[in-house]
Write a protein that binds this ligand. Structure first.
Ligand code: HT7
Ligand code: ZN
Length: 862
């Protein structure tokens, strides 16, 4: 298990100027012919090293000379050819076996469809190549296959020709005029249905758009198509970026390791992020499709035209593209709702990762397996780092800076340093210290306190940065960050911020750079309330015991701070209950005030009314005790439901419209609030509410409502649940995307016996361990279900460990994702730690363990 270091990076000795590929796809194997024009970049290089894995090499020519086995060296994962000229033409023929490819990297089969996944290092499983992102090549691709089995033949770029051949075969010739790294190469062949449309770019060029899917699902592609067109328009308007090919194709496949892939002109998607209709997709699914379609489209400029020099620079494209898709979703929907969802996801996933044994900087300096670094840190924290620069520069200057970035680096493979250079060119402050966000790990804490001086009408704000040591226990240095704040008067209005002690990058944004700041604000006529980290301007944890939660919940004009006050108040209330206290009456009242405030928009209300999750509370415990958290959580819901029973019930009835399945912001907001209220009411343990929930299950036309009702019945009304689960299964057993939801409800159940049910469901005919979505839904949901996974018996740990080992032999990427479930190991009680430790050792000592799982498990055990 070898480690690769950033410091060892060297440019490639040779580059591939162009590459002409021919694929002959047959039932049991595929023949690949690869003709490359190679150019030497390092004059002292004498040997060409090509990456290749699991390839059956047949023939090699160099400049038309056929090589015999003495003229090259074949290693397990490379081919070495002596080469002492500045230019050469290499021709290679090899064979691959897509049906045997269960890892889903390279060329594989999903259902009956041949498709590829090459990021980060899948291309080397197709043919021998210099498979690294700083080698950018012009590709042409000829695909030959049976016309009947594969009427659709797709690759990157523009279609240059088709022909019918003998023996029922046909061919398609694709040419991508824009040089790209091999990880963006894609090929699809199969019998697919499609929908088509067109988009005219801002300079008047017509682009043909198509979305391909399994036949019969065409009607579920329209939301994805609308999302694509909106993304294309948004990138023109917001960043001045125009699409650059004649064709944009998207293909939906069922077996896929992640969400989607931005291959040039030929995006390949997990069908979960393409297919949707009102009967089968939840509101979250519709939103997810809009954002992932946008994300992959935006990569065309941030990732494809300007790519990464090496994989350590992954956040260059991913952090930036996540930031862009978040802004797009905010513009398409509600800015506040989007921000709250993004912050919530960041804290639930990234903060947890950053606090645990697998923490790493957004730009890691070493890795064992690059596939393990497509993380919440590289993506979501990476996006927060970009957002901080956006906050500092402001919209217009940020746009000027990105214009420069595109102008300076188009067609190049670069790093975050280049991006920062473009940002610095427009920044009002020096960004050198800010760069620490790229190389340091863990989440800083800002400890904030204040002192009001009535005699001089001054407010002294003291901000202390607490920087945790890194995973190696080395000390880290203070960060620079934009901190958006307000000092609020009694009526909620904001005092203008005037101070000589700190740089104000905007009216309400202070630039923090020291470990301790003492800032005197002038002309504050009476003691103000603090409104901190507005809009979550910096990805930090705030500690401040002066916050007036009820006041902020009721009066703050910043929606994030309003939400945050409710959230923190909820945490403190629950933690007091976990320590034996009674429910805090002030909290109940503030909660009721939000609940009954008719002026609050439904989606925002549903977000504010969500109680802090079990994960949030676990995260804060020194020694994790899931049962204590779960009991307090259930009790608080019950108290709230009983106190506001009639208000909630009448509000619920007002929101319920069984026939509404519209996909618009207002309808989604109503459904979200309705689901939130039903969830609270169900914890009251009232027979009539159970019956109501069952009727919502049967009568609602939208999947969001039906699925929530099903989940609540499962957890709170077991007598009614089995009939509803059977009904759900019968209705949707042929729709694999909906079966994912069925498995997730069963595996997320808080009831006793969940593990036994999950184990039994593996035998269900709708389940298939080779399909990642199904594994994530059944096994992944179980591993994320704290009540079942941390069960005192230790059986949850054992079960997941067995699955990690079993799945590792099939698909190491999916197995290592699952192994992440053990990352709370250092924080367990003595007894649970011993139980989990045995399982982790068992995994680690398993023969033939992949690099992927080994890296995660060994870090956890360190
Ligand atoms: N750039 C892609 C990252 C990726 C991936 C996608 C699908 C399957 C396996 C993959 N490994 C890495 C996804 C994205 O960020 O857009
Ligand atoms: Zn991406």
């Amino acid at each position: 298990h070898k480690t690769i270091y950033y410091k060892d990076y060297l440019p490639s000795d040779y580059t591939v100027v162009n590459c002409s590929l021919e694929f002959i796809i047959e039932e049991s194997s595929t023949r690949v012919e690869n003709i490359m024009e190679i150019r030497r970049q390092n004059p002292s290089a004498k040997e060409l090293r090509l990456d290749g894995e699991k390839l059956d090499l047949e023939l090699i020519w160099v400049n038309d000379v056929l090589l015999d086995e003495t003229m090259y060296t074949k290693e397990e994962n490379a081919l070495l050819i002596p080469l002492d000229t500045d230019e050469a033409r290499i021709r290679i023929i090899n064979r691959i076996y897509p049906d045997e490819n269960t890892e889903l990297e390279g060329l594989y089969r999903s259902g009956g469809i041949w498709c590829t996944q090459n990021e980060p290092e899948g291309f080397r499983r197709i043919t021998y190549f210099i498979d690294r992102p700083d080698v950018m090549t012009k590709f042409t691709t000829k695909i030959i296959a049976s016309k009947e089995r594969c009427p659709v033949l797709l690759s990157n770029g523009n279609l240059r020709g088709t022909a019918t051949l003998d023996n029922g075969k046909h061919l398609a010739l694709w040419e991508d005029p824009i040089p790209k790294p091999s990880y963006l190469f894609a090929l699809v062949a199969g019998d697919l249905g499609s929908i088509t449309d067109t988009f005219t770019t801002m300079s008047g060029k017509k682009v043909d758009l198509a979305i391909y899917c399994d036949r019969g699902n065409e009607d579920k592609c329209h939301h994805a198509m609308r999302s694509l067109k909106k993304s294309m328009e948004w990138d023109e308007y917001t960043y001045g970026r125009e699409y650059d090919l004649e064709i944009y194709n998207i293909v939906a496949v069922d077996s896929f390791n992640m969400g989607a892939m931005e291959n040039k002109g030929l995006n390949i998607f997990n069908s979960h992020y393409v297919l949707a209709d009102e009967d089968t997709a939840t509101d979250a699914d519709f939103m997810g499709i809009e954002s992932v379609i946008a994300h992959e489209y935006f990569h065309n400029w941030t990732g494809n035209r300007i790519t990464c020099r090496n994989w350590f620079e992954l956040t260059l494209k991913e952090g930036l593209t996540v930031f862009r898709d978040q802004c797009f979703s905010a513009d398409m929907n509600s800015e506040l709702t989007q921000r709250l969802d993004d912050v919530r996801a960041l804290r639930e996933r990234q903060f947890v990762e950053d606090a645990g044994p697998t923490a790493h900087p957004i730009k890691p300096d070493h890795y064992m397996e690059i596939n393990n670094f497509y993380t919440a840190t590289v993506y979501e924290k990476g996006a927060e780092v970009i957002r901080m620069m956006y906050t500092v520069l402001g919209r217009e200057k940020f746009r000027e800076a990105t214009d420069s970035y595109f102008e300076w680096y188009d067609g190049k493979a670069v790093g975050t340093e280049e991006f920062l250079k473009a940002m610095q060119s427009q920044s009002p402050v020096d960004l050198s210290q800010f760069k620490r966000w790229y190389s340091q790990e863990r989440t800083p804490v800002l400890n904030v306190s204040s002192q009001y001086r009535p005699e001089s009408a001054e407010l002294v704000l003291k901000i202390n940065q607490i920087i945790p040591n890194n995973t190696k226990n080395h000390e880290q240095l203070p960060y620079a960050m934009p901190f958006r704040i307000a000092l609020l008067a009694e009526d909620g209005s904001e005092y203008p911020l005037k101070s000589d002690d700190v740089t104000l990058v905007h009216r309400d944004v202070v630039w923090l750079e020291k470990s301790v700041h003492e800032i005197v604000f002038k002309d504050i006529s009476s003691a103000p309330r603090l409104s901190l980290n507005r809009g979550f301007s910096a990805p930090v944890i705030i500690e401040c015991d002066e916050l007036d939660y009820p006041f902020l919940m009721a009066n703050d004009r910043d929606g994030f701070v309003r939400y945050e006050a409710a959230h923190q108040f909820g945490i403190e209330t629950l933690e007091a209950m976990m320590n034996g206290a009674e429910v805090n009456e002030h909290y109940i009242e503030s909660y009721g005030a939000i609940l009954c405030d008719g002026s609050i928009e439904a989606m925002f209300k549903s977000q504010i009314l969500e109680l802090p999750t079990l994960t949030t509370l676990m995260q804060r415990q020194a020694v994790i005790d899931v049962d204590v958290i779960f009991n307090a959580h259930e009790k608080l819901k019950q108290v709230l439901a009983r106190r506001y029973f009639s208000e909630m019930l009448s509000m619920l009835e007002g929101l319920y419209n069984p026939s509404n399945a519209h996909i618009d912001g207002v309808s989604m907001g109503k459904r979200a609030l309705k689901n939130r209220l039903l969830g609270l009411l169900m914890s009251a343990g009232d027979e009539s509410v159970n019956a109501l929930c069952l009727s919502h299950y049967h009568e609602s036309l939208s999947m969001s409502e039906r699925l929530t009702a099903l989940d609540l019945l499962e957890n709170y009304a077991p007598d009614l649940a089995s009939g509803a689960l059977d009904d759900f299964y019968r209705r949707y057993q042929d729709q694999t995307l909906v079966m994912n939801k069925y498995f997730a409800v069963c595996a997320s159940s808080r009831r006793e016996g969940t593990m036994e049910r999950v184990a039994a469901l593996q035998e269900n005919s709708a389940y298939d361990v080779k399909v990642p979505n199904l594994v994530r839904s059944l096994i992944g949901s179980f591993a994320r279900n704290p009540v079942a996974f941390y069960h005192r018996s230790g059986t949850g740990f054992r079960f997941v460990a067995e699955k990690v080992i079993e799945i590792d032999a099939i698909n190491p990427q999916i197995a290592s994702g699952l192994a992440g479930a053990f990352k709370n190991y250092p924080k367990l009680s003595h007894e649970q730690k011993a139980q989990m430790g045995i399982e982790l050792e068992r995994i680690k000592n398993h023969p033939d363990l992949s690099n992927n799982v080994y890296e995660i498990v060994s870090k956890i055990l360190e």
